[in-house]
Each structure stands twice: as structure tokens, then as C-alpha cells.
Design a protein around this ligand. Structure first.
Ligand code: 4GW
Ligand code: MN
Length: 349
């Protein structure tokens, strides 16, 4: 037993030295990681390392579609962005997104599929509040939502004319932007309810003010766009103007910017109402007028608003938000036409 003592005395400084070297190496490694993150301008926490391919100046991410407007607004297509980087950036800013949807009269039937599919695909991992505007609060089912998500039902009147149901969305979004959205969320996403999410719709869509390319007009020429063409209307756009044809069923931006947009559209509609004129495609026509002079800061490709009545073009890699086929006779307002009852109004152009 005695013979062990001198051996242990010899062993202790050697062991201490090893520990010291390990601690030194660890702190050196940590300093390098911190330094390189700061140099890359990355603001997210460096606790989780993120590996991704470096962007290559000589290799555009898509060559088959336009990915940037002449006013430098990105057009969002599959393959043009990295959701890991974007999610980290938006998490860092603790962004809260509001999703507004209207379910008036029979359109309440669309809410279930809409919310269930949104839970799977819309802004997964972010803070989300669904705002359902409806005249039928009792018809809105209860939902079990993921963490960080909530649903608020806002009771609103229903209008006699279906055109007013569609158009008054602008007024109601404007009013709620001022009254509550500004306090509760950072961004608003305003969409049609007769839709289902079928693939990811995430923070890549968010920007100051964004619109979506209508799936029926991405390849049409300017003259073919169904803008309001009567000069008497405030929605009037001459045939030699216009960039894109934007869909009425998907727009958004910061609460302040959505307030400006909806305020413009509602006021323009009221001016026209005084003159007893109503733009050809209702709220969509006024939205297109707004975007002509107040250009969107980001544009969503038709991946974000698709209708399976259209043939799928080769460049469309994903269908993220798709129209639910509706039985027009059952779901829409009815009007009498020469003694025959028909489903009113809208159909594909
Ligand atoms: C014709 O009788 C109607 S009813 C046309 C629209 C109607 C309607 C629309 C409605 O009865 N209740 C309602 O909540 N809406 C909302 O307006 C709903 O959010 C819907 O998605 C949005 C636009 O109408 P839409 O989806 O029928 O328009 P399109 O055919 O252009 O997608
Ligand atoms: Mn719709």
C-alpha cells in the first residue's frame, strides 16, 4: 500500500495540465464560432449551428420564371429561398402573424377544412392568430390548436348583396386593423375561406405589403387583364398600364400597410358607390388599382393561390393553397332570372 503514494503525487500535475488544455481548447472554439457568426452578420443565436449551401452568383436559383420585379420586389417561387434562415430571422424578431378570413352565411362550411389544413401548413412554428369574421358564430366549430396559436371569432353583419359581402371585407379589415390587429399582431395575411392549405406557407411570404399573382392571368398580356376599364370608376386602369393581375383572395403585409391598402380600397368603393358604379371584379379591381401605384414589396407566385380547374403548368412545383371546389347552386346567393332561380355571379373568366 505504501508504494502507491509517490506514484499518485507524480500523476496529479499531469492530470491538471490535461484539464487546463481541454478548457483552453473549448474556449478557443467558442470564441471562433462567435466571431464568425458576427462577421457573417447573422443575428440569430449561435447555439444551433446552421449548415447550408453558399449562394452562387453564377447560378440563379430559378431560370424558368421571373423571380424579381423591375422595382426589386422578390416573386416567391419554390427553390428561391431557404426557410431555415428565414424562420430563424423571424423567430429572432418574435413575429406574430394574424390570418384573417371571412365566413359569411353558407361560407361557414369552409372554416373546418380551412383551419385544419392551416394548422398543418400555415406558419408552422410561428405565433399565429386566426381571425374569423362571421355572421354565424354558432356554426364555427371548436378547434384544438398547436402551441402559440389562437383563434378569435369576430361577429359581423352579413350584407344582402353578395358583392357587398366580398367588398366590405376591406372596410372590416381596415377597422379591425386600427382597433385590435395593431395591438395583437405584426403582420396580417388576408385570404379567401373557400380554400385549403396543401403545402407549406411560411414566413417567406411576409413583407411590407404583398400581393399574389392570379392563377388565371400569370401568362396573360396587360391588355387581357380584367382590370376595371371604365374611366368613370376609381378602379380604372388604362390598357397601357399595369404590371400583373393580382388576386383578391390573398394579400397582406404589416398591419400599418394593410390598413393603408384596405382604407384606400374601401374609400374608392364608397366614391364609386356615390356615382352608382361598381368595379367589374369588386374588391379585386380596387386592389389591382392600389398595387399599380403602391407597388407590392413582395409578390407570391400562383403556388400560393391555385385552382385545380386550371391545367398545371410545368414550372408550378408546389400547390400550397388551393381552391376548394364549390357547388355554386348550393353555396351561393340566389337570384331570380327570368323566373328561373340560378346561382349568382362569379365564375372563371
Ligand atoms: C355569390 O353568390 C357569392 S356569395 C359570392 C361570394 C359569396 C360569399 C363570399 C359569401 O356568401 N360569404 C362569404 O363569406 N364570402 C367571402 O368572400 C368568403 O371569404 C369568400 O372566400 C370571399 C370571396 O368570395 P368567393 O370565394 O366566392 O370568390 P371567388 O369565386 O373569386 O373565389
Ligand atoms: Mn374564393
Amino acid at each position: 500500500m505504501q508504494s502507491l503514494k509517490p506514484e499518485r503525487a507524480h500523476w496529479r500535475p499531469w492530470w491538471l495540465m490535461k484539464c487546463f488544455v481541454i478548457v483552453l481548447l473549448l474556449s478557443l472554439w467558442w470564441c471562433t464560432v462567435k466571431y464568425s457568426c458576427r462577421n457573417r452578420g447573422v443575428t440569430f443565436s449561435c447555439k444551433t449551428q446552421m449548415l447550408y449551401d453558399t449562394p452562387n452568383i453564377m447560378r440563379p436559383l430559378r431560370i424558368d420564371v421571373l423571380t424579381m420585379t423591375p422595382w426589386f420586389a422578390p416573386i416567391v417561387w419554390n427553390g428561391t429561398y431557404n426557410s431555415d434562415i428565414l424562420n430563424a430571422q423571424f423567430h429572432q424578431k418574435d413575429v406574430h402573424v394574424g390570418l384573417t378570413v371571412f365566413a359569411i352565411r353558407k361560407y361557414a362550411v369552409f372554416v373546418q377544412t380551412f383551419i385544419e389544413t392551416a394548422e398543418k401548413f400555415f406558419m408552422v412554428g410561428q405565433k399565429v392568430t386566426y381571425y374569423i369574421f362571421t355572421d354565424r358564430i354558432n356554426d364555427i366549430p371548436a378547434f384544438t390548436l398547436s402551441d402559440g396559436r389562437k383563434l378569435i371569432v369576430l361577429e359581423v353583419p352579413s350584407y344582402t348583396r353578395w358583392q357587398d359581402v366580398s367588398m366590405r371585407r376591406m372596410e372590416m379589415i381596415r377597422d379591425q386593423s386600427r382597433q385590435r390587429f395593431i395591438r395583437e399582431v405584426d403582420y396580417l395575411v388576408c385570404v379567401d375561406v373557400d380554400m385549403r392549405f396543401s403545402d407549406e406557407v411560411g414566413v417567406e411570404i411576409l413583407s411590407g405589403i404583398f400581393g399574389t399573382l392570379h392563377p388565371g392571368f400569370y401568362s396573360a398580356s396587360r391588355e387581357q387583364f380584367t382590370y376595371e376599364r371604365r374611366p368613370q370608376s376609381t378602379a380604372y386602369i388604362p390598357t397601357d398600364e399595369g404590371d400583373f393581375y393580382y388576386a383578391g383572395g390573398f394579400f397582406g403585409g404589416t398591419v400599418e400597410e394593410v390598413y393603408r391598402l384596405t382604407n384606400f380600397c374601401h374609400n374608392a368603393m364608397m366614391v364609386d358607390k356615390e356615382k352608382q358604379i361598381e368595379a367589374i371584379w369588386h374588391d379585386e379591381s380596387y386592389l389591382n388599382k392600389y398595387f399599380l401605384y403602391e407597388k407590392p414589396t413582395k409578390i407570391l407566385s400562383p403556388e400560393y393561390l391555385w385552382d385545380n380547374n386550371f391545367q398545371t403548368p410545368g414550372f408550378l412545383k408546389r400547390k400550397r393553397f388551393v381552391a376548394v371546389p364549390k357547388n355554386h347552386n348550393a353555396i351561393r346567393y340566389r337570384r331570380e332570372l327570368m323566373g328561373v332561380s340560378v346561382a349568382s355571379g362569379k365564375f372563371h373568366r
